[in-house]
Design a protein around this ligand. Structure first.
Ligand SMILES: [Zn+2]
Length: 298
């Protein structure tokens, strides 16, 4: 019986602003995955209908033991309610856990997408790190913080202050971590070096240029890494994590990024933890969502 229990199939879902990533998870491995579109102007009703249809089709023929849903936004964890989501602005006070649970009659968990990523990494690393932080460097900057094997709910490191009166952030404030370390932040930094030729630049193109030793691209990444090091040093001195795992599109710069970040960081912290790029990449959120039930509030 025990062996059979361990190999149950769960459904993990990662809901972003433009895509819904969905996967069947067995023994922390994804055995089937899919990508679906979502629309910015979905309201509670149309979004819920859309999601239920996707799930229904995807799990047909499988016996699912639980559903984990990660979504960007502020969650009322105890109630399984999404208060609001920056990516899907028309969703308000959506009791998504209850709706999905009732419809499918399968136990369902709802959590913040960045929190899900931290849980995914925690299990991917076989619970080796009791204090683990994941930072997602994408369009936005997400944080998932695990302290002493417990998840800190709804952390928003991306909207803590990096530079007073700095760049304007998507949240309306100035100088947030995200306004420098999100992809638009990197482009603003690039503007200091590229001047007029900036129009079609993306972080990916900057990386391509940097690999070919383009000086302005390397300067952009160096400056970006400097800001990243300041941001990470605050996290490190506050939480003293054993490991920080970087995820998101910009983290695909891999060793080039780490090569710049680590020397800056060493000057700023008492103890330098491991700094790694995620191996799970975008699947971290799906793996984490199905493992959420194993966590309790800090
Ligand atoms: Zn902000």
């Amino acid at each position: 019986m025990r062996k059979k229990d361990q190999s149950k199939i769960s459904l993990g879902i990662d809901i972003g602003g433009t895509n819904i990533k969905i996967g069947l998870v067995k023994d922390n491995k994804i055995i089937k995955k899919g990508y679906f579109k979502t629309e910015k102007d979905f309201d509670n009703q149309s979004f819920t209908n859309h999601l239920i249809k996707i799930i229904e089709k995807f799990i047909a023929g499988y016996k699912i033991d639980k559903i984990g849903i990660g979504i960007a936004g502020y969650l009322l964890y105890q109630k399984g309610i999404l208060k609001f989501s920056p990516n899907l602005p028309k969703l308000k006070n959506l009791p998504l856990k209850r709706i999905v649970e009732r419809y499918f009659q399968i136990e369902t968990f709802l959590l913040n997408d960045a929190d899900a990523m931290a849980i995914g990494e925690y299990f991917y690393h076989h619970k080796r790190y009791k204090n683990l932080i994941t930072i997602t460097l994408g369009t936005g900057v997400g944080s998932g913080i695990i302290v002493n094997d417990k998840l800190l709910y709804n952390s928003e490191f991306g909207h803590t202050l990096l530079i007073p009166d700095g760049y304007l952030c998507s949240c309306g404030k100035r100088g947030c971590v995200e306004s420098y370390l999100g992809s638009y932040g990197m482009l603003k930094i690039a503007r200091n070096f590229y001047k007029k030729e900036i129009e079609d630049l993306t972080p990916k193109k900057i990386y391509e240029k940097a690999k070919k030793k383009d000086k302005r691209a390397l300067k952009t990444i160096e400056k970006y890494s400097y800001y990243l090091a300041i941001a990470l040093s605050n996290l490190i001195n506050l939480f003293n994590p054993e490991i920080i795992i970087l995820n998101g599109g910009i983290s695909n710069m891999g060793n080039l990024l780490l090569k710049f970040v680590k020397p800056f960081l060493k000057e700023k912290v008492f103890f330098l933890p491991k700094i790694k790029i995620s191996n799970l990449k975008t699947l971290a959120g799906i793996i984490g969502a199905v493992n959420f039930s194993k966590f309790s509030r800090l």
